[in-house]
Design a protein around this ligand. Sequence first.
Ligand SMILES: [Zn+2]
Length: 605
Amino acid sequence: MAGLVPADFIETVRSRTDIVEVISEYVVLKRAGQNYLGLCPFHQEKTPSFTVSPSKQIFYCFGCSTGGSAFNFLMKRDHLTFPEAVEALARRLGLELPRPEGTRDRGDSASRPGALWARQEHYDLNAQVADYYHKILTENQAGETARAYLKKRGLHPRAWDQFTLGFAPASGQALLDAFTQKGFTVQALSTAGLLVNRQGGMLDRFRGRIIFPIHDAQARCLGFGGRALGDEQPKYLNSPETGTFSKSRNLYGLNFALPAIRERGNALVVEGYMDCITAHQHGFSNAVASLGTAFTHDQARLLVRYTQEVVLSFDRDAAGSAASLRGAEYLQDLGARVYVLDFPDAKDPDEFLREQGREAFAVALQEHRLPLIEFKFKQLLEQYDQDSVDGKSEIMSNLMEELARFDNIITRDSYRRLLAGRLGVSEDAVRQELLRFLNKRVGKDRIDKNRYNMEHGKQTFASPGGSAAEVARRGLFRFMCLDRKVWEWVRQEIGFAVFEGSLGRLVNSIAETAWGSSATIIENAAESDQAELAGLLIAGDDQEISQQQEQLVADYLSVIKRELLSKEIAVRCAELQEYRKNEEKAGIMGVMAELDRLYKELQGL
Ligand SMILES: [Zn+2]
C-alpha cells in the first residue's frame, strides 16, 4: 500500500505526528476523559460522536463508523492516496520525502512520485502567474483600463500590492506565450486550469479580467478569481475546481486576515473580493470573503479553527438566503458566537464603507449586529403576521430550533423572555413549546442514528450487541491488540480459530505482519477492515493492561471456553441419542464418560 514511500520513513512520520494536532486543524475537539470528542467531519451530526485517542493515535466515529490512523484521516478528508497522506504529514513536520532512486533533483517534475509533488508545482506555478498578472496591472499599458476601474472603485494601489491583484489581457494568448517561453508545457498550464480549449486551440482562461489570486491559510496560491471589466458574462470567473482548488472550502483573504482575527478574537465574513479588500483597506483587517453567495459548512469548519466569534455581513438579499443561514447555524453548532450585520440602508459592506467611511462602519459593527437568533426573529416578523394566531405559532415553531441550540440555560432563558415579550404570549407558553420540541428531537436523533447504522450494516461499538461470546471475542481482540502478552495468552488457551468473519481476518493479518501500535495495526489491515478495527481499538484503555483488565481477559476467555464446551456437549448429546436409538451399549458408556468430563470442565470454569 505504501508503494513508493520507504517503510522507515513512514514510521518516522508516524512516530512524530500527533493525531490530535492534525485533526484539530479540521475539527474542534474537546477533551472527554482520556479521549477527545468533536463533531464528525464525515457525516452531519449535532451531538459529537467523533472520538480521537491521543494514546493510541487513532480516531473513530460512533455515528458513521469511520475510523483509522492520522494517515487514514487525511486520506478520507482530503481525498489523498496513502503516499500523499504520508507526505502531507511529513511536510507539517518539516521532513522531506526521500526521492525514489533514479530521479534527479528539481526540474525533473514528471518523475516525481505522488500528486503532492504535482500540487507543490501547482502552487509554485500559480504564484508565478499571480506575479505575472500583477506586473501587467501595475506596469503594463494593457493594464490601464483596469487601473482606472480599481481606482474608481476606491481600491488603493497599496491594496493591489498586498492582495497581488492583477490584470489578464484580452488577447487570450498573453499568458500562454509568456509561460511557454519560461519553459512550462501547455499540458502543465492546462492542468493548472489556466487555459481553455477553444475550437481546437488553447486560449488563456482569463481574458480582459481583473485577477484576484486566492490563497489558503498557509498563503499558498490555490487559484484565481477573475472579474469582468465591463458587462461581459459571467461577471466572475474562477479557476476550475480541482484537488488543489475548491471555492467552497476556502475563504478569500484568510492568510491576510489571520493575525487580526487572532488579535481581535473575531472574524468578519463578507461576500465578495471587493468587500474583503475594501474592509482591509479601511482597517477591518479581520475580514474574509466567502467567495460566493452561500457560506458553506466547510468554510464554517475552517473558520472556527481560528476564532469563536464571527460577524457575517452579506448583501441584504443573500443574508436571508436559506443557504447562508444554514452555514451560519452550522457555525453556531460548532460552538461559535454568530452575529449578522444588518445594515440599515446600504446594500453591501463595500458600498457602506465607500459612502460612509470607517467610523460609521465601526459604529454599525457595534449597533447593527444582531445575534443570529435575533436576526432570524426579525426576518420571521417580516415574513409572518405576528398579530394573527397562525402567524404567532409559525414564528414560534420556527424559532424553537434556534432556542434549542443554546446549551446555556441563562442564554436560552433570556431569549425565551425576549420571544415571549415581542410576540405577546406568556413565557410559559414558550417554555411548553420548547419542551415539546426538545422531546421530539431527542427521539428523532436516536432514531436517525440507529437508522444510519442499520443502513450501513454497522454496529455501534459503544454498546456492542450479539451474544456474550461475541462480546467476549471483540473484547479479547481489543486487549490482544493492546498488549502482546494477551495475544500469546489467547493463542495458548483457545487458539485463533475461534475468531471468525472479519475478526478472524484481522487476527490473521496481524499474526502475519509485524507487531505494532494501534495505528500500525490499522494500517496493516485490509482497507475494508480499518474502520471496524479503529472502532474496536478506540474503546480500550492503555497500552499496558492492568490487573483488572487481566481479570477481564480471563473472564472473556472463560466465556469463550464455555461456549466451545457447550458446542461440544451438544455434539456429544446428539451422538448419545444415536447410540440409544441403536442400543449400542459400549457407545453409550463411552459418550456418557466423555459428557461427564465435559460437564465437570464446564463447572470448573
Ligand atoms: Zn461520523
